[in-house]
Design a protein around this ligand. Structure first.
Ligand code: MN
Length: 331
């Protein structure tokens, strides 16, 4: 089911009339989150609104996403007003995903939430929430169309960036999302250089490090109810040396292991803190496992953060994954 048209219409009406709009991406922003915020931000700025886009952490914008911010709308969190008149949260599955900027939700005059995470409990004054949307940019696109905002190449690139990354290169995109992509290309997106920069470009030094990380991968055939799990760790010194674009890409290689339904990447983000990315082919609901461990996400892609040794975190994860074969899970 698509987000109720009334929510899209209310969001469009509110944003079209707003003289000052603050748009927030989630912490560790990805192309869907920042792409949604920037697409709306660019369109609103061109209509004459005062616009800023921000996220709580990290300090700098992911390098691959910098080219999307053609108007320089991204500001550090300190420059986000304490009580923004209109606040838009993009792709945040819960208020906590806004990090230290989550307090702006309650302080804002009115808040709009755009999201597609199935674990989203619903928050904000206007809730454009649709778990069936392939990406939050699909919802941003709906809002822009409801506003009658012109789809220029800059806006289209932001939307395309979120769509191509959240659907793993359109593999999980339905007919409507493919039609949307066609409109974005017609509006001026050149997919090859955009996607190469977003998904396929790493520093040379990464190749050797990646080799070592993959060599350390372990297959656990009995895990996930016998469907198998493959996992590896990225230690803190590697997380610190490379961009998140490199580190996050590891899980997409892990999940190519045919013998494993579930792929697990443990990124060490502090002495005893691990940020864990989970992927499945869809037979195992990794969002359910992540939710048991304080995280969330989608059926086939989810994550959580947990303290402990890598072995302790893995033990907790094994316990959260289904113990039986998928037939038994249906009940
Ligand atoms: Mn998303």
């Amino acid at each position: 089911m698509r987000a109720p048209g009334s929510a899209v219409a209310r969001a469009a009406q509110l944003l079209a009339a707003a003289p000052d709009v603050t748009l927030l991406a989630h912490v560790d922003p990805d192309a869907d989150s920042l792409g949604s915020a920037l697409a709306l931000g660019i369109a609103l700025h061109r209509r004459g609104a005062a616009v800023r886009v921000s996220f709580a952490t990290p300090e700098r914008m992911p390098e691959t996403l910098v080219p999307l911010d053609v108007l320089g709308l991204v500001v550090p969190p300190e420059q986000v007003p304490a009580a923004p008149p209109v606040l838009v949260a993009c792709d945040a599955a819960e208020p906590a995903r806004l990090g230290t900027l989550a307090d702006r939700l309650a302080a804002s005059g009115v808040s709009v939430m755009l999201d597609h995470h199935v674990t989203n409990p619903g928050f904000g004054d206007v809730q454009v929430l649709d778990p069936d949307a392939e990406a939050t940019v699909v919802l941003a696109y709906d809002v822009l169309r409801a506003m009658d905002a012109p789809l220029d190449a800059d806006v289209a690139r932001c939307l395309y960036a979120g769509l191509v990354t959240d659907t793993s290169g359109f593999r999980r995109a339905g007919a409507a999302a493919h039609h949307m992509a066609a409109e974005l290309v017609a509006a001026g997106v050149d997919p090859e250089p955009l996607v190469r920069g977003l998904m396929d470009t790493h520093p040379y030094a990464w190749l050797a490090e990646l080799g070592a990380i993959l060599q350390a991968a372990v297959l656990e055939p009995d895990a996930a109810g016998g469907l198998g799990m493959v996992r590896t760790c990225v230690p803190l010194e590697v997380t610190a040396r490379f961009r998140q674009e490199e580190v996050y890409s590891v899980v997409d290689l892990l999940r190519t292991a045919a013998e494993a339904e579930v792929a697990v990447l443990l990124r060490q983000v502090g002495g005893r803190t691990w940020s864990v990315s989970l992927r499945s082919t869809g037979r195992v609901d990794v969002a359910a496992a992540a939710a048991l461990l304080g995280g969330g996400g989608h059926r086939a892609a989810a994550g959580f953060t947990r303290d402990g040794s890598a072995e302790e975190v893995l033990a907790a994860l094994r316990g959260a994954l289904p113990a039986g074969p998928p037939e038994a899970l249906a009940s």
